[in-house]
Structure formats: structure tokens, C-alpha cells
Design a protein around this ligand. Structure first.
Ligand code: ADP
Ligand code: MG
Length: 274
């Protein structure tokens, strides 16, 4: 996933290996950059059975797309590729990403009973905003029996239980402009904290309503029960900007902090009172 994953836990080697394994597994299934991945193998016009990982990821992403009226959209693969995001981070290979320009999330149809995915027209799915969160949650399930642990996947965290001093985990929220400074610090237990920022990989979140790079926020941090939810909503809030972003977080019952490029803070009422 192009990021460093670190896990702090007092758990047997085998459990840690299983936890780390999920990152490879989810990537193998959901990568847009690998033309042999199950995600890239979905044909157009044929309802195709999907593995549990792929089905869950797509189902969840479509739900967020509906809840944000398409500000969040998991069918932006060809637009992302058009903006230059098309190189596999390990192999360096360039992949194309077919897609009708007007394709959107309504062109993806799921059958809950048969667990199939149907692409109604040519498009390339991009699960970049949910895959990391999904992997973090799967890793967290492996470590749950050992209670106290923290998983950090480059800006997507899940903290279980307490830290070594027996206190809630302390999570720093990076200053979006000063490399070594923090904007805030949170105390959390049994929840996820995910941040989308414009400083990590440039303008890599796009507004599907005009497919331009968004610029209303410098960073969006969301605190939620699962990393998949926090990850996706951070991306969605990033697209929506400060006012609509906070309204979305309120509606979804999660907490968050949105920071604009001029460093103004917008936060939900319960943020920081975990
Ligand atoms: P990071 O990968 O740095 O943690 P995010 O979690 O915010 O960042 O996810 C950014 C990724 O989300 C992009 O690389 C792309 O794959 C995807 N994406 C970009 N714009 C959108 C959007 N409007 N809706 C859904 N996914 C998006
Ligand atoms: Mg995200």
C-alpha cells in the first residue's frame, strides 16, 4: 500500500504475522495498479462473484458514496490515472485504467445474496480510500485477544486497550504545514484515528463533481469505531470541505478535526473528549 505499517503489541509472533498478512492480502485483492488483481479482473456487464474482502470493500465504499451524494466515489480509477497516479509503488510498472469519463458509483451494482459485483459500464474501481482501513480492522481483529495494541499504517491507526503505562493511547495529529509539529494530541482507546492530508502525496484526493484536486482542507482527521469508517470519512470530509465535512461527520455520529490551508480548525462538538 506504499506505506510503512507498524504494530505495537504484546502478542505471539504468529498473531503478529497474521496481522501484518492482512495488509498484503487486502492489497493483492484490491490493488488498482496490478492488472491481475481481482478488482481489475471484474468484467463489464457481467455480474461476477467476488471474494469476501472485495465484496465488503466495494459494498462499504458504495454506502459512503450514497451518504455523500457522490462526493466520495470509488469509481475514480481512470480519473486518478489521468492525474498521473498509475505507477505500481513496488514494481514501478505503469498500468492503464479504462473508464468512461462519466462513469460513477451508480454504475456498480451489488447482489447481496449472490455476492456478485456488476459494472454496468467501463470503469476502474479505486478503493484507495478504504483498503488501508479495511486491512487495519482485519489486523486489529487478530490482535483483539491480546487486548492492548496499536496498529499504525501511515496515518491510519487503530488503538486497542491501553498503552504500556496503562493509559489510553496518545495519538498526535500532525501539523499540515510544519513537518515536526503537532496540531493536537488525542487520548484514545478501542477506536481508530485516520487522517487524510494534502502534504503526504500531493493532491491525491479529487472532487468527482469536477474531478479537480480539492483544496478546501489541508488535513482531515476522523475518530471512529473502525478504521475503514474513519479512513473513508476522512477522505469524504476532505472532498466536502470544512462546513459540509463537519455536517457529514455529525450525521455519521463520528468525531473529527478539519484544518484549512490557513490553519483554521473546524471540529465536531465531541472531538477530543473521548
Ligand atoms: P492516504 O492513501 O494517503 O491515506 P486517503 O485515505 O485520503 O489517503 O485516500 C486517498 C485515496 O482515495 C486516493 O489515492 C484515491 O485512491 C482515493 N480517492 C481520491 N479521491 C476520492 C474520492 N473523491 N472518493 C473516493 N476515493 C477517492
Ligand atoms: Mg482516507
Amino acid at each position: 500500500m506504499g506505506t510503512v505499517v507498524s504494530i505495537e503489541a504484546d502478542a505471539p509472533e504468529a498473531a503478529l504475522a497474521r496481522a501484518f498478512g492482512w495488509f498484503r492480502e487486502v492489497e493483492a485483492v484490491c490493488s488498482r495498479f496490478d492488472e491481475t488483481s481481482p478488482l481489475r479482473q471484474l468484467p463489464v456487464g457481467v455480474a461476477t462473484p467476488a471474494s469476501p474482502i472485495l465484496f465488503e470493500a466495494v459494498r462499504f465504499a458504495l454506502k459512503v458514496a450514497e451518504q455523500t451524494q457522490g462526493a466520495f466515489d470509488p469509481t475514480l480509477g481512470s480519473h486518478m490515472a489521468g492525474r498521473g497516479y498509475r505507477r505500481h509503488y513496488v514494481t514501478g510498472a505503469i498500468s492503464d485504467a479504462p473508464g468512461a469519463p462519466e462513469a460513477n458509483f451508480r454504475d456498480v451494482v451489488l447482489d447481496e445474496d449472490r455476492r456478485t459485483i456488476l459494472l454496468k459500464r467501463s470503469l476502474t474501481l479505486d478503493l484507495g480510500a478504504v483498503a488501508k482501513g479495511l486491512a487495519v480492522d482485519a489486523a486489529a481483529r487478530e490482535l483483539q485477544p491480546f487486548r492492548d495494541f496499536c496498529i499504525d499504517a501511515g496515518g491510519d491507526l487503530y488503538c486497542g486497550g491501553k498503552n504500556r503505562s496503562g493509559e489510553p493511547w496518545s495519538v498526535g495529529i500532525r501539523h499540515p504545514r510544519e513537518r515536526n509539529e503537532l496540531m493536537d494530541r488525542l487520548r484514545v482507546s478501542d477506536c481508530a484515528v485516520c487522517t487524510s492530508g494534502d502534504y503526504e502525496r500531493g493532491a491525491h484526493i479529487i472532487d468527482p463533481r469536477d474531478t479537480a484536486a480539492t483544496c478546501g482542507l489541508a488535513s482531515a482527521t476522523v475518530v471512529a469505531p473502525t478504521a475503514m469508517l474513519a479512513d473513508a470519512l476522512a477522505t469524504a470530509a476532505f472532498v466536502l470541505g470544512p462546513e459540509q465535512g463537519i455536517a457529514l461527520l455529525d450525521r455519521m455520529g463520528v468525531e473529527g478535526l478539519l484544518i484549512t490551508p490557513d490553519l483554521a480548525r473546524h471540529q465536531t462538538a465531541g472531538f477530543g473528549h473521548a
